[in-house]
Unconditional design. Structure first.
Length: 362
């Protein structure tokens, strides 16, 4: 059993069943999440017999590092993990704006307000069932859901790595392989585990979940009133265009998605982010921007636009910077805030939608 699959009450229960005192569970919990231990031997505050039992009963790493790659500017690291059943998943660390972290980045190249962030992008599934045509993960199809522990372990892997440099992960985005709301329970359990104040203590507001727009789950998420940030992958302003790009739109039309977003804003008083992959001539014209602004009017939101990253299975091209800026200005003139995100890690296929989990893609 993977030790990261247990939450604290389950760990406490287990130790009780082993006739161990309750404080042992806490020692293990702190070892895992505050000291980043990843083997039973490291728990030197436990008796030998208990360490041996831990080693026998649990695995501490659910995956092997198949390969890792750093982008040429050194700011982005992509790690390909191999799970015991041979499925591959990826997690990407993006360092923003700290020259001490990375002498190759200058603050001016990282944009305003981007200082000292280390954002980790993690996977929630091996593959994805949603089939968005522009996405490498969608192109490979669905393999399986990750367990909560497999999601947690990706964060702990990078946390351990950064800890060696006296650094920490500052943000976690669930924007790697898979659709988090298609693996809702495991995803939320992973967030709760990482959020635990006596453990890793990673603030809910530092997570961002991105969804293709599964309406019932957006509503459920709203009802749970979580402090986690919500991003919706929209990419088109009308159903005809969206269904061509995102098969999920057959099931949940834009109007329904936006109604669920209004419900979320009403329940949480939190702003929604809409993600928009800018594709040349497809969804980047001022007409589309105006249509989008009209649909979003009155909703507390902002648009995160990013020029499309290339993938093998899709012929669309990225919007260039000049057109992207016109798109942004058109939206903003119509009252919808918009940021153009920088593309990161393109040279190692670590950009959004490029995570195909195949070494050949790297
Ligand atoms: N399944 C979730 C989260 C993972 S995808 C979702 O779809 O929201 C993370 C983000 O990358 C989504 O906004 C997705 O639409 C976007 N994306 C996928 N392929 C892309 C590509 N080729 N270029 C740019 N963004 C892409
Ligand atoms: Fe799945 Fe998101 Fe890719 Fe769509 S964009 S196929 S939902 S990972």
């Amino acid at each position: 059993m993977l030790i990261y699959d247990l939450d604290f009450p389950a760990l406490t229960e287990l130790f009780k069943s082993w006739n161990e005192p309750a404080y042992r569970a806490k020692q293990v919990w702190q070892g895992l999440y505050q000291h980043y231990y990843d083997s039973a031997e490291q728990f030197t505050n436990l008796p030998n017999s208990l360490r041996a039992k831990l080693a026998e009963q649990f695995t501490f790493t659910p995956f092997k590092v198949k390969v890792f790659q750093d982008s040429s500017d050194g700011s982005t690291r992509k790690t390909l993990f191999e799970l015991p059943d041979k499925n591959l998943i990826e997690a990407v660390l993006m360092r923003y704006g700290d020259p001490a972290d990375n002498p190759q980045i200058t603050p001016s190249s990282t944009g305003r307000g981007a200082k000292n962030r280390r954002t980790l992008c993690i996977s929630t599934q091996a593959g994805c069932a949603m089939g968005c045509v522009f996405c490498a993960t969608g192109q490979m199809g669905f393999k399986r859901n990750l367990s909560s522990g497999e999601i947690v372990a990706q964060v702990m892997y990078y946390a351990r790595l950064l800890h060696k440099e006296d650094l920490t992960v500052t943000n976690v985005v669930l924007m790697g392989m898979g659709e988090p709301f298609h693996n809702y329970d495991h995803t939320m359990a992973a967030i709760d585990r990482l959020n635990d104040a006596d453990g890793y203590n990673f603030g809910a507001r530092r997570f961002t979940i991105s969804t293709v727009g599964l309406v019932p789950q957006i509503r459920r998420f709203a009802d749970e009133k979580r402090q986690v940030n919500l991003a919706i992958s929209l990419h088109a302003a009308d159903d005809e265009a969206r269904v061509e790009m995102m098969p999920v739109n057959k099931r949940y039309k834009i109007e329904e998605v936006l109604e669920a977003c209004s419900y979320y804003v009403m329940k949480t008083s939190r702003r929604v982010t809409f993600e928009w992959a800018l594709i040349n001539g497809v969804n980047d014209t001022p007409e589309v921007a105006k249509k989008l602004a009209a649909r979003l009017r009155g909703l507390m939101c902002h648009v995160n636009a990013i020029p499309l990253n290339p993938t093998a299975g899709y012929s669309g091209k990225a919007t260039d910077r000049a057109r992207a800026l016109i798109f942004k200005e058109t939206l903003e003139q119509a009252g919808i805030p918009c940021t153009i995100r920088m593309r990161r890690g393109i040279d190692i296929q670590a950009g959004c939608g490029q995570l195909a989990g195949a070494q050949s893609s790297s």
